[in-house]
Ligand binder design. Sequence first.
Ligand SMILES: Nc1ncnc2c1ncn2[C@@H]1O[C@H](COP(=O)(O)OP(=O)(O)OP(=O)(O)O)[C@@H](O)[C@H]1O
Ligand SMILES: [Mg+2]
Length: 360
Amino acid sequence: MQIRGLRLHHFRSYSQVLLTPPAGVTVLVGENGAGKTNLLEAVHLCCLGRSHRTSFDKEMIAQGQETSAVQLTVERNDGKHEVGVRLFENARKKKIIYVNGKTAGKMGELMGHATCVIFSPEDLALVKEGPQARRRFLDMLLSQQQRSYFYALQTYMGVLKQRNALLKTGDMRQLPAWDEQLALAAAPVVRLRREACRRLNDWAGQHYLYIGGKEDETFALQYESALTEAADPAEKMLQGLHASREEDLRRQYTTFGPHRDDVDLKLCGMPMKAFASQGQMRTAALSMKLAAFDLLTASQGEAPLLLLDDVLSELDPDRRRRLISRIGQAQALLTCTDPGDFIGACPACVLHVEKGHLHE
Ligand SMILES: Nc1ncnc2c1ncn2[C@@H]1O[C@H](COP(=O)(O)OP(=O)(O)OP(=O)(O)O)[C@@H](O)[C@H]1O
Ligand SMILES: [Mg+2]
């Protein structure tokens, strides 16, 4: 997948920009606050309809502007795909999604046209923080891998919200009907997460060995869900909902189901969070992102876009070199503050970023 054009209009620190990076690695270099991450965020917004660092779309509109637009054209094996997003300051106006020149009725239509994997210093949260960060990682990845996952998740979250609302009323009569629906909605989410984790584990383990460079350090990733082993997730979900009904009514929310899922991470068989050093956690997070890259590459038959935000400066030269070699031929946008950081990355192009402007 190659970017043919990335356009920003009144997006964060940019008033108007067109970026047409060549194949291979494009380095974006500039001081703190210059606007490097803003560019990667714009790509992420076009791929997934949301920012990778905020859930408040408005923050991305350039200060003082009513609206902001980003547009990304990529060339893929099957031809050109053009996606775009327009955001509005006015809370009554919903964001508009464009796919190949037409307004999309649903957010799901955006998924899978342009795909990306972003690496950033915040990835450490994947290892260090709670289950939510790991669920989000799976959700972002699987939504890009197949649109049906995004729709399945949307359905599940919608039914969950309604069941939770019902629990607050204390009215039991409608509960069996909602249990049934929630169980049916949970099944595809669980199946796809389970399958993805199985494949991610193989790749992430290999990447960890290679980047870490120590053959006795094994990294493993495992889907952790109340429904992990279920041959029939819908049936098991229904049983779980029945068993937790009293608890749910007392707490007034649903305590059982894939919205509580996690991904278990182990280093040499020990829980990563309690056992691993900072550097080992970083390598684990990096390996998970590289595995996500592999999963998208395998399922789409071509590499997604790679967004590498400030990741080289945190790796020692050996690990840096190994990371670069893993990226292979994919098109990558790589940010750094110090030109010394990308030595060894063999960039096809170096762009300087300064206060919302780009120059060679
Ligand atoms: N909505 C907005 N309108 C105008 N400017 C904004 C907006 N949001 C952020 N900015 C500006 O964008 C800049 C931050 O951009 P960005 O996060 O891309 O920096 P960076 O080059 O990645 O820096 P660092 O090296 O510290 O990560 C800041 O100067 C900030 O003031
Ligand atoms: Mg940045």
